[in-house]
Write a protein that binds this ligand. Sequence first.
Ligand code: BES
Ligand code: MN
Ligand code: MN
Length: 462
Amino acid sequence: MDTIKNYIATHKERFLNELIELLKIPSISADPAYSKDVLKTAEMVEQSLKDAGCDTTEICKTKGYPVVYGEKIIDSSLPTILVYGHYDVQPPDPMNLWTSPPFEPVIKKTELHPEGAIFARGSCDDKGQMYMHVKAIEFMITNDLLPCNVKVMIEGEEEVGSDSLADFLENHKEKLSNDIILISDTGMIANDVPSITTGLRGLSYVEVEVTGPNRDLHSGIYGGAVPNPINVLNKMIASLHDEDNRITVAEFYDKVEEVSNEERAEMAKAPFDLDEYKKALDIDDVYGEKGFTTSERYSIRPTLDVNGIWGGYTGEGAKTVIASKAYAKISMRLVPHQDPDEITELFTKHFESIAPKGVKVKVTPHHGGLPYVTNMDSLGYKAAAKAYETTFGKTPIPERTGGSIPIVALFEQVLGSKTILMGFGLDSDAIHSPNEHFGIWNYLKGIETIPYFYKNFTELST
Ligand code: BES
Ligand code: MN
Ligand code: MN
């Protein structure tokens, strides 16, 4: 399959330009003001699947944003790979921190991407990584090298919790039936250290509201004599971790999988440079649960983080006021075998129980998702590992990541299929942050590696 290298060399300008067109559309699923753009992106993705040579393509309605579907079935006796990705993106703010506008893609060189990287919201998460699959499929179909059947589903609500997808899977079990699911929506350790993601954390996301007096008050006239909801909320939040940085929510750790010492020793072999890590983030020390290393803290351990907190006066200058209400958004990352609904319930009970007299608290659940792990002896893992060996000349390292893709556990529950996570982004690509980017080298390496997965998986399965 040397032809893939030639094909990329011939078409790389076009591959880049097509991705750039897709990145110009602000498909921000969180903000209803962009709904037309989200729908337009779905149409562009459908067209790209047609152009790649899919026999059938379709924009499937859901109760939210549509799922774009395409397939090429060559022989029903051969294996079927289902590709999943998402065409929606995170909001770009804070806008003032972008060095170029988020929806006007530009190519710039960086230290880690000397060949250049495309700077734009969604370049890595997930338009760029999703589009690697479209181009790999184009290559295989055009050159008559597609060894098995392929189905593609690209959704538009991943960044807001994939709310419509459970129903979509239930209603289209037959259409989506497959032997393995393939996703590029994670990262790898470094360009010269390929890795395969073997675990994702789950998620429970809640919003809390603390109400004190029935109206905003003069902080001199009333200050010190009434519960200040912002003071109270901060005290409550501070109490959610103990002095060992363990979460104090009752029963929170009861179902957490204890990873064996052997497995922890195995994981510790993955290259990780703590000094580099601190340097890249400009922090002089790390922080986290006692008894665990940094890479354990973000992969095999559950966490609780405030994602946003607000209330009172935040405008110019000073206003002396005690606000009536204070709010926070809190995410909890979960590990096997924690259940997001159960954790949300435990959190709610705990949070209500620690509220002092004089305030009312309300906890509203947002989205959630189950954690996921795969093992290394599956055909899918072997096929992926061999593909990386071919294109990187190195055996990939299995690595659990801290991020979440809630649909992956659902795929297993509803469709009974395992997922292989072949991510080509780097942690430093700034997904969800200003100046998100995706290395051109990574984009093309993904396109090069994917066809080998198809070949290996088909050979190993038949
Ligand atoms: N692609 C990410 C998840 C990811 C990124 C996993 C890097 C591992 C490494 C995905 O788009 C995402 O952002 N997921 C959200 C959860 C979702 C329910 C909003 C997350 O992890 O915060
Ligand atoms: Mn993503
Ligand atoms: Mn994301």
